[in-house]
Design a protein around this ligand. Structure first.
Ligand code: NAD
Ligand code: DAU
Length: 351
């Protein structure tokens, strides 16, 4: 049994589906079901005994202690977070609460639980913290990609809260010996992503005939990774990562935002032709405050030490993604309307 936090969100739910399919080991999934949590994504597991869903808050120490005592997991994989940079600019308090206080609560609960384990159970226990490349701050156009030793220079309330959580995880290893692992990953894309993030927002807006809002000059650069590759990286680090280490995870795929949006429009023009090009809907809007110019991940350490590389190229991953959104318009409509909450109420009597 493993405990996953935030397993109803975009990456967490992809991870739970992937884990059950690839490993088959039971999962207890602790998720608060904020606006970003969506149990409909896990519909295929709703009658699968290997998935135990618990609605709750990672800041609730009593609940976390009770789950650890009841399910005796061999590992905690910690995804739960407030994840959207624009929301963190509008309302940072929830980011500090969930990302910092929530991680602290989990670490303390894990420390007490692990401290009481004995023998092989104690030696094998792992706490894997899922983090982001945004903790490293912004890179100049000609600077080398982030390695694991790059200084932390977070610039948004979101990245500052994630940086704080990374530091707590590190300290719990050095001070208490808690067997931790941290992954710092670049921008994910793929199925089941909430349509507030760049790629799903652009697909959904394009299909709805709405504006495609590009911040600033559109030349901000991100490294993009297909979500299933992030899931396989986490599985790899959990299985073979060295304790106390951090691993950068990325797709070796730097792209400017405007190129991402044009690529999406070109694929949509081909798969769902309209009267003109979807690119005609592109609008340049006011920039995000403190907008980091460039992120780039050097993922050589995880390849060298653990043999992990992404399976998808951007070209293959983005086509699958666009096709998924075209095939799943009901999922999108439900997320936007909140109808999935009615589905949850109809399918789970306790929430
Ligand atoms: P998401 O916003 O889609 O999902 C977050 C999940 O956490 C939701 O299901 C939500 O209900 C849950 N949650 C929020 N607050 C909670 C709380 N207090 N208690 C319990 N559950 C709570 O996020 P995501 O994009 O899937 O990101 C998952 C993790 O991966 C985050 O830690 C994020 O920082 C990290 N990450 C994301 C990306 C990316 O591109 N999306 C890249 C690198 C790292
Ligand atoms: O780098 C990893 C991070 O990637 C994760 O830690 C975060 O949780 C995740 O949200 C993501 O952060 P970004 O800010 O990079 O993602 P977002 O999709 O919000 O924006 C990607 C880029 O696109 C960014 O430069 C801002 C720009 N953008 C975004 C939106 C939503 C636009 O130009 N227009 C938009 O409407």
């Amino acid at each position: 049994m493993i405990l996953v936090t935030g397993g109803a969100g975009f990456i967490g739910a992809n991870f739970v589906l992937d884990w059950i399919a690839q490993v088959g080991e039971p999962v207890v999934n602790l998720d608060k079901l904020t606006y970003a949590g969506n149990l409909e994504t896990l519909r295929s597991l709703s009658h699968d005994g290997r998935h135990v869903f618990v609605q709750g808050d990672i800041c609730d120490r009593g609940l976390v202690d009770a789950l650890l005592a009841e399910h005796r997991p061999r590992a905690i994989v910690h995804f739960a977070a407030e994840s959207h940079v624009d929301r963190s600019i509008l309302g940072p308090a929830e980011f500090v609460r969930t990302n910092v206080e929530g991680t602290f609560t989990l670490l303390e609960a894990a420390r007490a639980y692990w401290g009481a384990l004995e023998g092989a159970g104690k030696a094998d226990f792992r706490f894997l913290h899922v983090s982001t490349d945004e903790v490293y701050g912004s890179l100049a156009a000609d600077a080398p990609a982030f390695t694991e030793t790059h200084p932390y220079e977070p610039n948004s309330p979101y990245s500052a809260s994630k940086a704080a959580s990374d530091h707590l995880v590190r300290a719990w290893y050095h001070t208490y010996g808690l067997p931790v692992l941290t992954t710092n990953c670049s921008n994910n894309y793929g199925p089941y992503q909430f349509p507030e993030k760049l790629i799903p927002l652009m697909i959904v807006n394009a299909l709805a005939g709405k504006a495609l809002p590009i911040y600033g000059d559109g030349m901000n650069v991100r490294d993009w990774l297909y979500v299933k590759d992030h899931c396989s990286a986490i599985r790899t680090v959990l299985a073979r990562g060295r304790l106390g280490e951090t691993y950068n995870v990325g797709g070796w795929n730097e792209m400017a935002n405007v190129d991402i949006v044009n690529t999406l429009c070109a694929i949509l023009d081909e798969l769902r032709p309209g009267t003109g090009s979807y690119a005609d809907q592109i609008t340049y809007v006011k920039d995000r405050p403190g907008h980091d110019r460039r992120y780039a991940i050097d993922a050589r350490k995880i390849e060298r030490e653990l043999g992990w590389r992404p399976a998808e190229t951007f070209e293959t991953g983005i086509r699958k993604t666009v096709q998924w959104y075209l095939d799943n318009e009901t999922w999108i409509a439900n997320v936007q309307s909140g109808a999935y909450r009615d589905w949850v109420a109809a399918n789970y009597a306790d929430r």
